[in-house]
Write a protein that binds this ligand. Structure first.
Ligand code: MRU
Length: 327
């Protein structure tokens, strides 16, 4: 039995490295909504432990009641964020593990939930390394890369998806230069990617999102690397808002555009990006959250989608733990 899920509160970075303990499903739900834990694989893992925490003190007397309660909590945790498929995938996997062990007693089923959550975390770490090594085969010593949002250590169980090839390159002594877009409005690039790459000793330069066009026009980017929250069957990819703009630019300037993700990010149902639900977030994230004073007029209408969809024709290749698929 574990008492709590310990996470780094990502909303406090880079100012302070604050570890918080989440003890029940409600706390895990809130941490996912508030982006204290974020990044598609990380929220899948957190939700899996959240489901275990929700069920560990269940008073259900029979297995049908246990499964009913589990399904309620699964739906609740799944509703914390709509776009990353890893969330529903991880929760469904825990439920299936319980169903597969339905001859066991309820105390054993609680342990099954914990074991499955731990397995998801362990597998994600292995995925990161596999993605890193496949991605590394697309890099050359001396390359300059552009990345968006945070698809590194903080977003996964190990060293990330889009940042994994950079970390693998570092291990092998490659000299790589990384440009990191700040990623408005929540600044995952400025706060998180800049922080973790700098700490790892990577040559990293931060820029505002609207500066990437001039960087590409100047021929300073060899390839663009992003993560994904959901990849539809045709390869259309939902990722942090601003990814589509980078893909259009990369296409115009003939720069390879790479998407990295574990298998848990592949949606087995959505046939194209048109079927992916995009999360809309609070206007305050745009108008005042990072400023001493509100910067926008009161009552201004705000457009704040958390993700956008990059059509597959703008993607050069998708790199998963299973290999590289070129488009
Ligand atoms: O809103 P966020 O910060 O959870 O968005 C994260 C991203 O868009 C990442 O690129 C994606 O989840 C991949 S993380 C390996």
């Amino acid at each position: 039995m574990i008492g709590a899920l310990s996470i780094i509160d990502q909303t406090q970075l880079p100012g302070s490295l604050c570890i918080i303990n989440l003890e029940n499903a409600e706390q895990v739900y809130a941490a996912i909504c508030n982006l204290q834990v974020r990044g598609a694989p990380a929220i899948g893992i957190a939700a899996a432990f959240g489901l275990y925490l929700a069920m560990r003190f269940s008073f259900a007397k029979d297995k049908a009641t246990f499964l009913f309660e589990l399904t309620q909590k699964q739906r609740y945790l799944c509703s914390s964020r709509p776009t990353a498929v890893n969330l529903s995938w991880a929760l469904a996997r825990l439920k299936q593990a319980v169903i597969n062990c339905s001859t066991q007693n309820i105390e054993t089923l609680k342990e099954v939930l914990l074991i499955e959550a731990q397995a998801i975390e362990k597998e994600d770490a292995a995925c990161c390394r596999a993605i890193g090594l496949y991605g590394l085969s697309l890099l050359n010593d001396g390359d300059s890369l552009l990345t968006h949002c945070n698809a590194g250590h903080l977003a996964t169980a190990a060293f990330g998806t889009a940042l994994a090839p950079i970390y693998c390159g570092l291990e092998q002594g490659l000299e790589l230069k990384v440009y990191c877009g700040e990623t408005r409005p929540l600044l995952q690039g400025a706060r998180l990617t800049a922080y973790e790459l700098k700490n790892a000793g990577v040559d990293v330069t931060l820029l505002c999102d609207n500066m990437s066009a001039s960087l590409m026009a100047a021929g300073k980017i060899d390839s663009v690397w992003v993560g994904a929250d959901r990849i539809a069957l045709n390869g259309d990819t939902a990722n942090k808002t601003g990814t589509l703009a980078l893909a259009v630019l990369a296409h115009y300037y003939n720069v390879p555009f790479y998407v990295c993700a574990p298998y848990s990010t592949l949606d087995t149902v959505a046939s194209s990006g048109a079927e992916i639900v995009i999360e809309q977030r609070e206007p305050a994230e745009v108008t005042e959250m990072w400023f001493k004073e509100r910067i926008a007029p009161p009552d201004i209408t705000v457009y704040n989608p958390a993700f956008d969809i990059t059509p597959v024709e703008l993607i050069s290749a998708i790199i998963t733990d299973q290999g590289i698929r070129y488009y």
